[in-house]
Design a protein around this ligand. Structure first.
Ligand code: GAP
Length: 441
């Protein structure tokens, strides 16, 4: 079935609410713009994304270590990093009826796109959320919720090299919440105000930045296509022109995805040079140089940084996976999620509510639970209806326990994409599923 990309967005938004992936934050009080809660399947999908990133960026490598730094950091950090001055968007407010606020670079002309009223002059708006630590609300107690995790890696750089055996080139990776007071959150969870960043600062010898920049561009695209199963034809590189680079960057490439609203940034890969270590060294008056044991030289390493949010990957995976087809003359909605990320990898479905079938089905759930994300699905209704529900969640395999199972100790594996069914002995089920799921190493 051919769907327009706009239709896909509307359908994915409706499906994610209906099937328990995403809810607006504090919905019973009217919601909070730019904030979302994740329901049972949504948080499982997010966790799968996070785990796969960590597995491939840290655990499967011997040159990257992890870090967890705080969400609140003192203003001295953001002053040094340049965020207090440079992490700003130009803001214009409607002076007419609607009083809506716009990012100046997203409106053309002098009229409000909503009500046609006049717009005020652009002024700079800092995107960081500020709060205070302790009982006094004065300058000295000002702190900011981090808009990126990266600064944690820079301010802890000396601690990491002094307490571990890392040697340049090496990376420090971190996953965790980041906060940005976006002027125009939107496109569902594409741009939100609270999100989870996954960033890695890869420290290299000065002048070796170009080769590592090229390496990480390719490596990250490989991860999206091979591990997450995103369609390669919907990904492309976008190299930022010099005038649009962030204040710390020498070169930045975005990995873009073809969203229903156009090509948009999925992940950014930036060459941050030694900008951050240099400014922190200067402001903190601490020596942040690295003594290279191979060359005996002392220098500030340069940094290549791949950075992406869980939410951007989440919306990308859902849009990429959404499909409609016809099965047995009936239309079907199916999420063709890669088994690596599917919130439920295997659903075990007894054909009826007969006790003998339920007992075997529950045994199978117990048997598979240690290896896969398994759901037991005994909700009433025709088996076809239960398959459709699992199709919408994106479950790649359903195991059906039927009356023959009681005689032949075999079950049916129903494949989501082809809807084909194969009969497998219960004893061989784990091995067969491992084969068809081809999970990450
Ligand atoms: N440390 C570099 C950095 O923060 P960025 O391009 O501003 O760079 C990195 O953000 C990534 O974070 C983006 O590529 C995108 O995946 C994600 N991201 C940025 N702003 C976001 C927002 N408001 N909502 C969801 N994800 C966001």
């Amino acid at each position: 079935m051919t769907l327009t990309r706009d239709q896909v967005m509307d359908k994915v938004v409706a499906l994610t609410k209906r099937r328990g992936f995403i809810y607006p934050s504090s919905e019973i009080y009217g919601g909070l713009s730019g904030f979302y809660d994740y329901g049972p399947y949504g948080m499982t999908l997010k966790r799968a994304i996070r785990d796969l990133w960590w597995r491939h960026m840290v655990e499967l490598r011997d040159d990257v270590v992890g870090l967890e730094s705080t969400l609140m950091m003192p203003s001295a950090v953001w002053e040094a990093s340049g965020h207090l001055t440079n992490f700003v968007d130009p803001l214009r407010q409607c002076l007419g009826e609607c009083k809506k606020r716009w990012r100046a670079d997203q409106v053309t002309g002098e009229k409000c796109p909503e009500c046609g009223g006049p717009l005020d002059d652009a002024r700079m708006f800092n995107l960081m959320f500020k709060t205070y630590v302790g009982p006094l609300e004065d300058r000295a107690s000002e702190v900011y919720l981090r808009p990126e995790t990266a600064q944690g890696m820079f301010v802890d750089f000396k601690n990491v090299i002094n307490s571990t055996r890392v040697r340049v080139p090496f990376g420090i990776a971190q996953q965790g919440k980041a906060f940005r007071n976006e002027i125009t959150p939107g496109n569902f969870v594409f741009r939100v105000r609270e999100f989870e960043l996954m960033e890695m600062e890869y420290f290299v010898r000065p002048q070796q930045d170009d080769e590592w920049f090229a390496y990480w561009r390719n490596e990250r695209v490989r991860w999206y296509t091979e591990v997450l199963g995103i369609q390669p034809s919907r990904l492309r590189f976008y190299d930022h022109p010099t005038e649009s680079l962030s204040h710390y960057s020498k070169q930045t490439t975005d990995i873009e995805y073809e969203f229903p609203f156009g090509w948009g940034e999925l992940e950014g890969i930036a060459d941050r040079t030694d900008y951050d270590l240099a400014v922190h060294q200067e402001r903190s008056k601490q020596d942040l140089t690295y003594l290279d044991p191979e060359t005996n030289e002392r220098y500030l390493p340069w940094v290549i940084e791949p950075a992406v949010s869980v939410e951007r990957i989440f919306i990308t995976l859902l849009l990429d996976a959404y499909d409609e087809d016809v099965v047995n003359n009936e239309p079907r909605v199916v999420m063709r999620l890669h088994p690596n990320v599917a919130p439920v990898q295997v659903a075990v479905v007894p054909l009826s509510k007969k006790e003998e079938l339920i007992r075997v089905a529950k045994e199978i759930v117990q048997m598979l639970r240690g290896q896969f994300r398994v759901e037991y699905d005994q909700t009433g209704g025709h088996i076809g209806r239960r398959y459709r529900r699992q199709d919408e969640i994106g479950t790649p395999f359903c195991i059906t326990v039927d009356f023959d199972t009681l005689n032949d100790r075999a079950v049916t594996i129903r494949h989501r994409d082809s809807t084909e069914q194969e009969r497998v002995p219960v004893d061989a089920l784990g091995a067969r599923l491992a084969e068809v799921l081809k999970g990450p190493p």
